[in-house]
Ligand binder design. Structure first.
Ligand SMILES: [Zn+2]
Ligand SMILES: [Zn+2]
Ligand SMILES: [Zn+2]
Length: 1005
């Protein structure tokens, strides 16, 4: 790397920091004199010089630059500079305002920053308005924990205030951390879902659904604490050990068995279910089978036939014949075991059991055979008792098959309205043994045991939970809507969402199928939560008939109130303050109303951000050009945003989405405290620099899962150091270069300089293409390839001779400087979206130009016409050939070096022999003058010989160069001492010394 410690690329080793120190030099007087002469000659060289520091010192320098950007109002300067340009809107998905940022956040925000900055530098007006998701359970739980017992003494408004303060604290923390990473945006005025205007828009979105007839109230099973009489969310559930009864129960088939398999005609057929919650059996509405699994009809010695999953048959037999089961089992079971039917066993897929009928084991009604994918052969019997009121899977199946959702378990967990049955009025866990006994009496009990297992418990009172259907608010996915197509044909909300999915660009493309499948199969959207910290479902309910009020004028007044006072207003005011006098129920005429106190699902809130942000802000637009988040958002924000926008605007809120993978450690494991494998982006920024985090993000293919570790970050940091050194080398050779005065036109440049600029133009095209496709890792690879191969290993190495030894104003030197300047200008702009700090630092060290923007972030990507004005015919092809020849020469030089005949390439001369009139010959003749530099040797002779039958295209001869070594440029050439004013130097160096008026050293002659 140029400017670095490597001597291999460092002909003038004494300029480098690791050159021999004075202490190692012989202290004799005579040598002192010699050294002094050398030093004076050395002083005539054009040494690299720059204030751009070799040591990046990012942890200190970055915060200083951030402060400069902030003081200059850089983000707003960019907005003004791009005003009126075509817009590109990336809409920020709001992170949850809870905790410090982690690496996933850093990945997400850096990708967004890359998108915004690449679009800005491509000339778009690309504002970035960051936001936060603030309501919801995780914050409410944290606040509950902090408040402890005090919560019971607080009114809802005080709890909400505590939640608001908690969220604000983490907005402030995360904002500081995101800014530290160099993410540029409207941080002084972000959006947040708890801002009053945003809360008003959430209510407005809800009323939009409500007034259009999408919303209904219905029953749904939720985790229920019978002790605290409340629904609990998933996050409020803790798993603890619990002992449950484990029972096997037979259900008798009542539909014709020959419909399953003709060989079953006339047989008595049962299926066997397994459950650990006998108390749910009174609500058993169906038995679910997996359509893909194979089932066996097995015969017991009583002659009856039992249907269970083939894979579980042996296990079921073992469970049913267990010694402790025998004494409990029915008389039927006590004297029998299940065996395979005759010699040919009867098997069939579960799909054969769709809509068969069974008799309920103790109630006088039918139970339906249904199909469900979640039925597995991991445990049980492959036949799953289904009580839609008491389980989420059961509920989904119940919806699909339109099963009744009667829930006869009251809020205290007691079974109600089973008049005449022994378990009526019993608490569920007390009802269990009574129901088991009933099963035995009815001959339905096939096995009974106890099972100790992990079971959901209330996080607050630690009592075992139950699933219980409760009343919730839903958005109907199959609500009829009109399609916007010609003729306005009738379709459904679900179908409209599916249509809009097709109009969006999904990247990676599998995202389309993923979200389509989710939308196609999802149940109705449960939008209510029984919590406090959120935006209420601001509906009035009639106290007489319980019907909700739906009056758009009243709804608008609530939105206006929220706009002014926030959603707190719902908790602050009584019904009488909120409703106009004489409001009456459209259903029954009553004037007595109550407020609904459920709040909205937080996904509904963030899903309304296009309405609350994109449509409200004059600098933004709807729909956005891009949403980009993690792959889990097909289920989350992408979907809730899509549903909200399709329902309210009949169109998707984005033109494109890009999803990123998970951040994992090098072994592909998730980060966890116990593994201690975490990588904290803020810690990396503070120790190594935010640039390292940013460069890491650019280095990974973020569409896949990405690996991170301390080790990988250190490697990125090494790469950064190399890149910084390259940039520093460019700057250090431009200290005496003023473009208006010294830059040469492309046609006046040396051929090698033309070539490197052509390569720079190619790099520009490659990086711009990668940016256009948001393939940042390809930009990173192209950049590395260019700086390592084209610059460090070739160009920057060989041009040092020209840069250092020619007279400052020599055209060949200005030619090299022109190329370096163009490369530096281009690279700085091209890397700015990723290495935002370093590019801006380089920017300030580039040769001054009138009218230059104060920050690179205000500038545009390079204009390729500045680098290469049009295509130069044959240039690329010629240099491809020359590079090939260079490889051949290097092999010969290596051989000489191995023999210790030469040290450096400059000790050698090379003869290239080609066939007269061949392509090689023509090319070598054309570039003859540039060859010694390009091949990094002192002399090159090109010879052509007449074509012979078996001549090879090119013969390379390398030998020790004849002549003397010039003390100034170290070339071994025949013309050393030809100018007797400076007998120790070559003719070319003498010319340079003459040009700078260096005094003759003839006393040494
Ligand atoms: Zn509880
Ligand atoms: Zn009413
Ligand atoms: Zn020389």
């Amino acid at each position: 790397m140029p400017g670095g410690g490597s001597l291999r690329h460092c002909r003038h080793g004494e300029f480098m920091p690791d050159a021999p120190s004075a202490a190692t030099q012989p202290p004799k007087m005579q040598q002192d004199k010699q050294e002094d002469k050398k030093k004076r000659l050395k002083d005539t060289l054009n040494l690299p010089k720059t204030d751009f520091a070799m040591k990046a010192n990012l942890p200190t320098r970055e915060p200083e630059r951030l402060a400069q950007w902030e003081a200059a109002g850089l983000y707003h300067q960019i907005r003004r500079a791009r005003a009126g340009a075509p817009q590109y809107i990336l809409h920020d998905g709001p992170p949850y305002a809870n905790g410090a940022i982690h690496l996933g956040h850093a990945l997400n925000k850096c990708i967004k920053d890359f998108v915004v900055k690449t679009k800005t530098m491509a000339g778009f007006d690309a504002p970035y308005v960051p936001g936060w998701d603030c309501h919801g359970l995780p914050i409410e739980i944290k606040v509950d924990e902090q408040l402890g017992g005090r919560k019971l003494e607080l009114n809802p408004l005080e709890v909400r205030q505590a939640c608001r303060e908690y969220a604000q604290k983490y907005i402030d923390l995360q904002r500081t951390q995101f800014k530290r990473l160099g993410v540029l945006g409207r941080w002084d005025d972000p959006y947040s879902t708890m801002n009053f205007p945003y809360e008003a828009r959430i209510a407005e979105a809800f009323f939009g659904f409500y007034e259009k007839g999408f919303v209904y109230k219905g029953l749904k099973p939720v985790y229920w604490c019978w002790h605290d009489h409340t629904a609990l969310a998933e996050a409020e559930v803790e798993y603890e050990q619990h002992t449950s009864p484990s029972v096997y129960v037979r259900y008798k088939l009542t539909s014709p068995p020959e419909h399953i398999d003709p060989r079953l005609a006339g047989r008595e057929v049962y299926t066997i279910i397994w459950t650990t919650t006998p108390w749910t059996l009174p609500a058993s509405m169906a038995v679910a089978f997996n359509p893909e699994i194979e089932y066996t009809a097995a015969e017991a010695s009583d002659g009856a036939v039992y249907i269970v999953a083939s894979a579980l048959l042996e296990e079921v037999q073992a469970a049913l014949t267990a010694p402790d089961a025998a004494h409990l089992a029915s008389e039927v079971w006590a004297r029998t075991t299940v065996k395979n039917l005759s010699s040919e066993s009867i098997t069939f897929p579960g799909s054969k059991l769709d809509r068969v009928a069974f008799a309920h084991p103790f109630l006088d009604r039918s139970v339906l055979g249904v199909l469900a994918d979640y039925v597995t052969t991991e445990q049980g019997t492959g036949a799953v008792h289904t009580a839609p009121a008491h389980g989420p899977d059961d509920f989904a199946t119940g919806q699909k098959y339109e099963l009744p959702l009667t829930c006869k378990v009251d809020p205290h967990g007691k079974l109600r309205s089973y008049d005449g049955l022994p378990f009526d009025g019993l608490f569920v866990f007390k009802a269990n043994p009574v129901i088991v006994e009933l099963l035995r009496e009815r001959g339905a009990l096939m096995g009974h045991n106890n099972l100790e297992h992990s079971y959901p418990h209330c996080w607050r009172c630690h009592k075992p939970l139950i699933f219980r259907a409760t009343e919730q608010w839903f958005i109907g996915m199959d609500t009829p809507v009109l399609s916007p197509k010609e003729g306005k044909e009738q379709t459904t909300f679900r179908q409209r969402a599916l249509d809009e999915i097709k109009r969006v660009a999904w990247d990676p493309s599998w995202g389309e199928e993923r979200i389509s499948n989710m939308v196609a199969t999802r149940p109705d959207w449960t939008i209510s939560r029984q919590r406090i910290w959120g935006v209420p479902i601001a509906v009035f309910l009639c106290n007489a008939c319980h019907e909700p009020l739906n009056d758009s004028k009243i709804n608008k007044s609530i939105v206006a109130l929220f706009e002014k006072d926030g959603a707190d207003a719902w908790y602050k005011h009584d019904v009488a303050d909120l409703l106009p006098k004489n409001t009456s129920c459209a259903n029954c005429g009553s004037k007595d109303f109550r407020k609904e106190m459920d709040i909205l699902d937080v996904w509904f809130e963030s899903g309304a951000s296009w309405l609350a942000v994109l449509e409200q802000e004059p600098e933004l637009k709807f729909p956005a050009d891009m949403y980009t988040e993690g792959g889990d958002q097909h289920r989350g924000w992408f979907q809730s945003s899509l549903l909200n926008a399709v329902a309210l605007r009949d169109c998707a809120p984005y033109r494109m989405t890009i999803t990123s993978g998970w951040t994992l450690d090098e072994q592909g494991r998730a980060f966890s405290k116990s593994l201690g494998n975490g990588v904290d982006p803020v810690d990396i920024a503070n120790r190594l620099g935010a640039e390292i985090v940013r460069l890491w993000v650019a280095s990974v293919d973020f569409r896949e899962d990405v690996a991170a570790s301390e080790n990988l970050m250190q490697r990125v940091s090494d790469n950064y150091r190399k890149l910084r050194n390259t940039l520093r080398f460019l700057l250090s050779n431009l200290s005496d270069f003023s473009p208006p005065q010294h830059a040469l036109h492309f046609t006046q440049l040396q051929p090698l300089d033309q070539y490197i600029l052509a390569r720079t133009a190619e790099l520009d095209a490659a990086i711009r293409r990668a940016y256009d496709e948001f393939e940042f890792h390809r930009a990173y690879q192209a950049l590395n390839e260019f700086t390592n191969t084209d610059l460090s290993a070739l160009y920057l190495d060989v041009i040092k001779d020209r840069l250092y030894t020619l007279a400052p104003d020599a055209p060949a030197r200005r030619s090299a400087q022109t190329a370096l300047w163009r490369i530096a200008e281009a690279l700085t702009r091209l890397i700015a979206p990723i290495l935002s700090f370093t590019a801006d630092e380089v920017w300030q060290h580039l040769p001054a130009l009138e009218g230059r923007e104060p920050s690179v972030h205000l500038a545009l990507f390079p204009d390729v016409a500045d680098i290469v004005p049009g295509r130069v015919a044959g240039l690329e092809e010629d240099w491809a050939e020359l590079l090939r020849i260079r490889e051949l020469v290097n092999i010969e030089l290596e051989a000489l070096r191995a023999n210790k005949a030469i040290g450096k390439g400059l000790d050698a001369s090379v003869t290239l022999i080609t066939t007269q009139g061949s392509d090689e010959s023509l090319i070598l003749r054309r570039y003859e003058d540039a060859l010694p530099e390009f091949l990094n040797v002192s002399q090159v002779t090109v010879q052509s010989v007449a074509a012979t039958k078996d001549a090879v295209a090119i013969i390379v001869r390398a030998e020790v160069a004849a002549g003397a070594k010039c003390e100034r440029c170290w070339r071994v050439v025949p013309d050393v001492g030809t100018d007797n004013r400076w007998p120790a130097v070559c003719a070319r160096c003498a010319e340079a010394l003459d040009a700078i008026g260096f005094p003759p050293t003839q006393e040494a002659a």
